[in-house]
Design a protein around this ligand. Structure first.
Ligand SMILES: Nc1ncnc2c1ncn2[C@@H]1O[C@H](COP(=O)(O)OP(=O)(O)OP(=O)(O)O)[C@@H](O)[C@H]1O
Length: 257
């Protein structure tokens, strides 16, 4: 079986992001969160490619946090086997906890994602990994930015790298890749992805699913139709912050009293 083809464009973007933000380095041990969705499937493929071709050596392992409500996992196992991706599925009772603490709207996703992140941190610390890699991309970062702005009263997005309080680094090597480039990768290589992506929100009745991300996505699509350079500008804006142009006193010049 031949390895899936990753476009030069994607490899360039990830390569440049990796170099600029010093994401994956010699000797790193990386735990990759592999949901089985398109984004992390591409990231797993990229890490396998980098392990083979990069001029530095590192180790990685992909893990799926199984929420404990069934779901499709066989295609992930098969894909990892075929592409030399070390893999493990970790069973948890996150779904049971979600059900017990009935939450609706966006809070459902943040509660679930916090528990999932907790499991990833524990696995990483116990397994001697120093970094965690996640499959977020530019569209995710832009959506988060607008959601924080519109609903949470915060100017906040997703960095390519940060250090968690427990000392682990969290990496987002695809943070400058567009979602449509990921869709193209999946389509061109004919890669199967579970229709519900094993994501708990897809197990909620339609009227209980959080809408804010989908609505933000729609708004951005409309804006991008009018301004095709929107995402390019936002990407640049994320590296061009004028913190003292807002009202946060932490960034304003103190006056002598
Ligand atoms: N069940 C899981 N097990 C392990 N890692 C996960 C899981 N769910 C999500 N992740 C990690 O967190 C990232 C962001 O999750 P999110 O739910 O926002 O997924 P997404 O944007 O739909 O991405 P994907 O297409 O990879 O599912 C994923 O790209 C993946 O790296």
């Amino acid at each position: 079986m031949t390895a899936p083809i990753i476009s030069k464009k994607i490899l360039n973007i990830v390569g440049r992001t990796n170099a600029k933000y010093k994401l994956i380095q010699e000797g790193d041990r990386i735990l990759l969160g592999l949901s089985g969705g398109k984004d992390s499937m591409l990231l797993a493929t990229i890490l396998a490619y980098m392990k083979k071709h990069a001029p530095f050596s590192f180790d990685f392992k992909a893990v799926t946090i199984d929420y404990g409500r069934g779901g499709e996992y066989d295609y992930i196992i098969k894909y990892c086997e075929q592409n030399n991706i070390p893999y493990e599925r970790i069973r948890t009772d996150i779904y049971k906890i979600l059900e017990e603490h009935k939450r609706e709207g966006t809070i459902y996703c943040s509660f679930c994602s916090r528990m999932r992140r907790g499991s990833l941190y524990t696995l990483a610390l116990e397994g001697g990994f120093n970094k965690i890699a996640l499959g977020h991309h530019l569209d995710d970062a832009v959506e988060s930015f607008f959601m924080n702005l519109s609903f949470n009263g915060a100017l906040r997005s997703m960095p390519p790298i940060y250090r968690a309080q427990n000392g682990l680094y969290v990496l987002r090597p695809m943070i400058f890749v567009r979602e449509r480039q990921i869709r193209d990768f999946i389509a061109h290589n004919n890669i199967y992805i579970a229709p519900d992506c094993n994501c708990p929100i897809n197990w909620l009745p339609e009227d209980k699913r959080p809408k804010s991300r989908a609505n933000t996505k729609k708004m951005l699509e409309t804006l991008e139709l009018e301004n095709p350079l929107l995402f390019k500008s936002l990407k640049n804006a994320f590296s061009n912050i004028h913190a003292n142009s807002f009202s946060d006193e932490r960034f304003l010049d103190p006056q002598e009293s």
